[in-house]
Design a protein. Structure first.
Length: 66
């Protein structure tokens, strides 16, 4: 499972592009970069709380009880 340390250096550049089809402002978001480590953090929290290591998503009760 990927963690933040697995992500290489990211250079952010602004591209002067307008896309009125995306939304009224004509801009595109890059929210994926901010949530790279979220799944790994949740999986680690589950491991610390239950002692059970889940290495694939989604994390559901059936995997914890198996």
């Amino acid at each position: 499972m990927a963690v933040n340390a697995d992500v290489p250096q990211v250079d952010v550049i602004m591209v002067p592009e307008e896309d009125p089809e995306v939304n009224p402002l004509g801009v595109k978001g890059i929210g994926e970069l901010g949530i790279v480590g979220t799944a790994a953090a949740v999986a680690n929290a589950v491991h610390h709380a239950t002692g059970k290591r889940i290495c694939d998503l989604p994390i559901v009760m059936d995997k914890l009880l198996a």
